[in-house]
Unconditional design. Structure first.
Length: 297
């Protein structure tokens, strides 16, 4: 069920089916957690599975821009993994809490969270899984000014990703797609935090190539939107407009507050280009305006 809801989320955005997922957590999943089991191992597995549903509820709240609610769901997921005795899964929740702090520009505790998560899996997880934690630490360091150490951590994460096998990922990590695409995306965000727009663009492009649109429309579109921002920051206006056009193509039918914010940001930048007489920017802005009108909440 969690895999199904996650696929829907990736295709249609976090607001599609959100009420159903929350109700599923409150009813079926809550009842399951209170049930009697024939063994402690089965009970632990059920609690860990329930943590996956709570995590998805947190992700959907985050995609709606409700960050306080997202954190509460993530903390509920963390409590379930601890009760299950599943340290690796618990580390995964600490990892998303670190990313959430960076995304809302509250990086104060993110390095501590990333350090704790990486310490819990280091030497215990397969390389592909460990790479997801290593790149989280790199991004956290970049967000607090630790440029040199962040660059070293990026290289370590990339080495782990290249040597790893996605088939070895635990279910709670595999659910969210290619580890190589994730490492590339967060590498791009690390370089963005360091002000290196050329490398950020390159790695966003690499991530987008590894996330074909079919079934991954939301994340592919958001990645392309970010790539376009990096192109625009370098003065590559036509390239940025082309990339943003591809992002808009993928966003049809996606219900996501993050997508709404991205399109608003694209329009702000297009407005600047339009005032400079860039015809391509004017035409794309009209497409973005039509998208906004169709997806207004």
């Amino acid at each position: 069920m969690t895999d199904l809801f996650t696929r829907i989320d990736e295709r249609h955005g976090g607001q599609h089916g959100r009420t159903a997922v929350v109700q599923y957590l409150r009813s079926d999943v809550a009842d399951l957690c209170r049930a009697a089991f024939s063994s402690e191992a089965d009970h632990a597995d059920a609690l860990s599975a329930a943590a996956g549903v709570a995590y998805l509820c947190g992700w959907k709240a985050y995609d709606a821009g409700e960050h306080g609610l997202a954190q509460r769901y993530y903390l509920q997921a963390y409590a379930l993994t601890r009760e299950a005795g599943d340290d690796m899964h618990a580390a995964w929740i600490l990892r998303i809490l670190a990313h959430n702090g960076m995304d809302i520009r509250r990086p104060e505790s993110t390095v501590d969270l990333a350090d704790a998560a990486l310490a819990m899996v280091k030497g215990k997880a397969d390389p592909a899984t460990e790479s997801l934690f290593a790149i989280t630490r790199a991004r956290a360091l970049a967000n607090v000014g630790g440029g040199r150490e962040a660059a070293r951590q990026v290289r370590a994460a990339q080495d782990l990703s290249r040597s790893g096998d996605a088939a070895e990922l635990p279910v709670w990590a595999a659910r969210w797609g290619s580890p190589q695409a994730t490492v590339a995306s967060h590498t791009a965000k690390t370089f963005h935090a360091l002000g290196d727009h050329a490398n950020a663009e390159r790695h966003f492009a690499a991530s987008a190539r590894q996330r074909p649109g079919t079934g991954n429309e939301r994340i592919a579109a958001l990645t392309l939107a970010a790539q376009g921002r990096e192109q625009a920051a370098q003065g590559h206006v036509e390239a940025a407009c082309g990339t943003w056009g591809k992002a808009l193509d993928l966003l049809n039918g996606v219900r996501s507050a993050r997508a709404v914010d991205e399109v608003a940001g694209i329009r702000r930048q297009l407005g600047v280009f339009g005032r400079r007489g860039v015809r391509l920017a004017h035409d794309l802005d009209e497409r973005a305006r039509v998208w906004q009108a169709a997806h207004a909440s």
